[in-house]
Design a protein around this ligand. Structure first.
Ligand SMILES: [Zn+2]
Length: 292
């Protein structure tokens, strides 16, 4: 099979974007602040009142760092022995990819979402605001399904620190607004299950970015297992990479972008039963964070 030069060039560009999602990770102490969950506890009901339905617990967040700096959650394997694993899927679309979507390129992956539902797998979708604008019906469907939670992967999928896989860079004064714009796009589409977690495009960040994002009041979320699904053609290779990397408490990064991660859905069909056979349970990031 031959691939045209033009197509290779296009894939290369998007490859920089997607491969950027599986980059290196930083470290920080995952000290979870549970006060936000406690603050939502129901008041004691008056005598004779109908028992109130307990309010859903607020998603846990980490305490801010010095000067309110954005905290970074990174699951470190080896802590704890509970066999839980969080599968996360980045819904990437850069701010300048609208013309490609208009020409028919699919940045979504409804088959993947359907498979997660069919297999009853809880998951966290780190969504870009630009993706949400392109696929509002899917955002509403995902964002009102208790099986999923939508987290923030920026509006633009531009870099928040340099270098970052060749991505264009968000200016520091625009960083918090970029993240807020993504949250706005989720809510405009009708999503409800939105959590205050943020994944840096490419995972690229520094203290400047963590300071700049403080007003957005998010917890940055990194990962310990790279699925390697960007441009992977062989679902077994993706499955084997995930299966060999997962430990109790792992946080796995994969993609929900069909054109650029075409093997992911088939890989999931193998990953899920094999991990369940090993005794693993699939949780959302909020549950993983709640576990400590
Ligand atoms: Zn990404």
């Amino acid at each position: 099979m031959t691939i045209s030069v033009r197509k290779v060039a296009a894939l290369g560009l998007l490859g920089a974007v997607l491969v950027g999602c599986g980059g290196g990770a930083d470290t920080a102490s995952p000290v979870v602040d549970r006060t936000s969950a406690a603050a939502t506890a129901e008041p004691t009901a008056a005598p004779g009142a109908k028992p109130a339905k307990p309010a859903p617990a607020a998603p846990p967040t980490m305490a801010a760092g010095p000067q309110g700096r954005t905290p970074v959650y990174e699951r470190r394997t080896g802590r704890g022995t509970e066999k839980v694993v969080a599968l996360t899927f980045d819904a990437d679309m850069t701010a300048d990819q609208g013309p490609r979507a208009a020409r028919g390129e699919r940045f979504d992956n409804p088959e993947l979402i359907a498979t997660l539902r069919r297999l009853k797998v809880d998951a966290t979708i780190f969504m870009t605001g630009r993706w949400a604008e392109e696929y509002p019906d899917q955002v509403r469907s995902i964002g009102t399904d208790p099986r999923f939670e939508i987290a923030n992967h920026s509006y633009s999928h531009y870099a928040f620190a340099e270098p970052c896989y060749g991505l264009p860079t968000v200016a520091k004064p625009d960083m918090a607004a970029d993240v807020r714009r993504a949250f706005d796009s989720f809510r405009d589409a009708g999503a409800v299950n939105v959590v205050p977690y943020f994944r840096f495009p490419g995972g690229c960040h520094d203290d400047t970015a963590l300071d700049a994002l403080a007003p957005a009041r998010v917890t940055a979320v990194q990962w310990d297992v790279v699925g390697g699904d960007a441009f992977a053609k062989d679902p077994d290779a993706v499955a084997e990479q995930v299966l060999s990397g997962v430990r109790p408490g792992s946080l796995v990064v994969l993609h929900c972008t069909r054109s650029a991660a075409p093997a992911t859905e088939r890989a999931i069909r193998r990953i899920v039963p094999e991990l369940r056979a090993r005794g693993y349970r699939f949780v959302k990031v909020s549950e993983l964070m709640r576990a400590g």
